[in-house]
Write a protein that binds this ligand. Structure first.
Ligand code: ITT
Length: 195
């Protein structure tokens, strides 16, 4: 199958168990008239220190099972003072020590630089996966603020809007800055580049 036929999809399936991520993706992809459906298959998540490897392996496994044009998105919070922790372990760390645990580890730490990174990996049953990356720099706040968003949003202040945490922003405002929105925009442009 030629590469161009892979790009014709205007409806894509997002395999995720996280409805916040799905809603963020829906808003971004709508900017490009790409419709997205939520596919609640639990994508296999291998342990790897590279989120691109995790995303590509997950999407291949999901496509193998479902035979649809699917993307997955893998993201993580990388804190400089913690040598990039929790990074690829963000999901486990969030479920165990949570945002408060990160704030405790950062007690007395002055340099609070961190970034979120995202990899979107897309695949259908005919082609090998294609991936798109996004990242946003910022700082870890001194305390939790805001009740929107999910995960580490209440403690992340993006450098380009440093007075608000992601959890104090609407979905559309977070999408102006976020790692996920950047990766998804690259993905949407690639999908549409063939039309
Ligand atoms: P999937 O089912 O799509 O895998 P997930 O919640 O496990 O959903 P990830 O593996 O991509 O998502 O992300 C790992 C964790 O990193 C996630 O549980 C959050 O705690 C955190 N995280 C990722 N993106 C985030 C964001 O935009 N804002 C806040 N925290 C985020």
């Amino acid at each position: 199958m030629p590469m161009t036929s892979l790009r014709k999809h205007r409806v894509v399936f997002f395999a995720t168990g996280n409805t916040h991520k799905f809603n963020e993706a829906r808003h971004v992809l709508a900017e490009y008239n790409v419709a997205v459906a939520l596919l609640r298959v639990k994508a296999l998540e291998i342990q790897d220190d590279n989120i691109e490897n995790i995303a590509k392996t997950s999407v291949m496994e999901a496509v193998e099972r479902c035979r649809l044009p699917i993307f997955v998105e893998d993201a993580g919070l990388f804190v400089d003072a913690l040598n990039g922790f929790p990074g690829p372990y963000s999901s486990h760390v969030y479920r165990t020590i949570g945002t408060r645990g990160i704030l405790k580890l950062m007690k007395e730490v002055e340099k609070r630089n961190a970034c979120f990174r995202s990899v979107v990996a897309f695949c259908n049953s005919k082609e090998s996966p294609k991936s798109f990356q996004g990242g946003v720099k910022g700082e870890i706040s001194q305390e939790e603020r805001g009740d929107q968003g999910f995960g580490f949003d209440p403690i992340f202040l993006p450098s380009d809007c440093p007075d608000e945490t992601f959890a104090e922003m609407t979905i559309d405002k977070k999408n102006e800055y976020s790692h996920r929105a950047q990766a998804l925009r690259k993905f949407a442009k690639w999908l549409k580049s063939d039309s």
